[in-house]
Design a protein around this ligand. Structure first.
Ligand code: 2AM
Ligand code: CA
Ligand code: CA
Ligand code: CA
Length: 261
């Protein structure tokens, strides 16, 4: 297959810009906020609007491609064959509602299970983290450097503190040890943004016990370009048709953190 991934990335950026504009215009208007799996799992009409807008554009430009989105698109996909667009219309809906800051639109183009394009767009500050497989990763126009190694004692690790309270977690004690050993812990509330932060070195590691493909598909492509590692807690590649635990880190630190999970 001889697809023009750079061209598709450019096309996707024009759609994301328009979607970002929709979010900026909606942000100070009253939002209809509903809950999904639990009272803190929020969704707004803008999550649906952006996903429908992107899906419509993708399908009309590339009728043979398929779309997997958080809210509606591709809910019953059973294979990753062909070209699949994996989108999260708002990653960090709680931030969108409460902070009006630090939420992204995350988009990946995956061909036969291999990520080819990744875009994580931090809407309110116009930070675009992008990558095409084999062509390097960028923050806006600046090419990101290869990640260097570090150790836990010098690492700033991203995680949601609620995981520390998880009663049924078999390795709770070890997780507490990890938090004590690390230099510092951060929580930004947008998984894709936190993966982008690992790619730029703002975070040394990011972990989450349960995420979905639209949270990490773009991050996989971007991290690979800078030599970052991203796997589940058992060091296996991440699935694209179901959810998973996720650890992303600088090289070497990854193995060290895995031993605490
Ligand atoms: P979302 O905003 O797209 O739902 C918040 O810590 C991060 O975890 C966000 O990236 C959020 O994505 C993601 N997340 C994944 N599953 C979630 C869930 N069931 N409830 C809340 N946030 C979830
Ligand atoms: Ca959600
Ligand atoms: Ca998400
Ligand atoms: Ca979302």
């Amino acid at each position: 297959m001889n697809e023009n991934w750079q061209e598709m990335k450019k096309q996707a950026i024009t759609w994301l810009k328009e979607a970002g504009q929709m979010l900026k215009e909606a942000i100070n208007l009253p939002l209809q906020v509903q809950t999904k799996s639990h009272p803190n799992d929020l969704v707004t009409e803008m999550d649906y609007k952006v996903e429908r807008f992107l899906t419509k554009n993708i399908k009309s430009a590339y009728p043979t491609h398929r779309v997997l989105g958080e809210e509606e698109a591709g809910a019953h996909l059973s294979t990753t064959e062909g070209i699949l667009w994996v989108i999260d219309p708002i990653d960090g809906t709680t931030n969108f509602v409460h902070q009006k800051f630090n939420f992204t639109i995350s988009l990946a183009i995956v061909s036969n299970n291999v990520g080819q394009v990744g875009i994580i767009y931090n809407v309110m500050n116009e930070e675009w983290y992008t990558a095409v497989a084999g062509k390097g990763a960028y923050l806006n126009d600046n090419r990101l450097k290869q990640l260097t190694e570090t150790t836990i004692t010098e690492a700033v690790i991203g995680m949601n503190s609620r995981w520390l309270l998880k009663e049924e977690h078999a390795n709770k004690k070890r997780l507490h040890t990890l938090v004590r050993k690390a230099r510092s812990i951060r929580s930004y509330g947008s998984a894709s943004l936190e993966l982008a932060y690992v790619a730029t070195g703002r975070l040394d590691s990011y972990l989450n016990f349960q995420l979905s493909p639209w949270d990490y598909a773009a991050g996989i492509v971007i991290l690979k370009e800078v030599g970052g590692r991203i796997t589940d807690f058992n060091n296996r590649p991440l699935p694209l048709l179901e959810g998973s635990s996720v650890l992303a880190s600088r090289p070497r630190l990854h193995e060290e953190v895995l031993s605490y999970l």
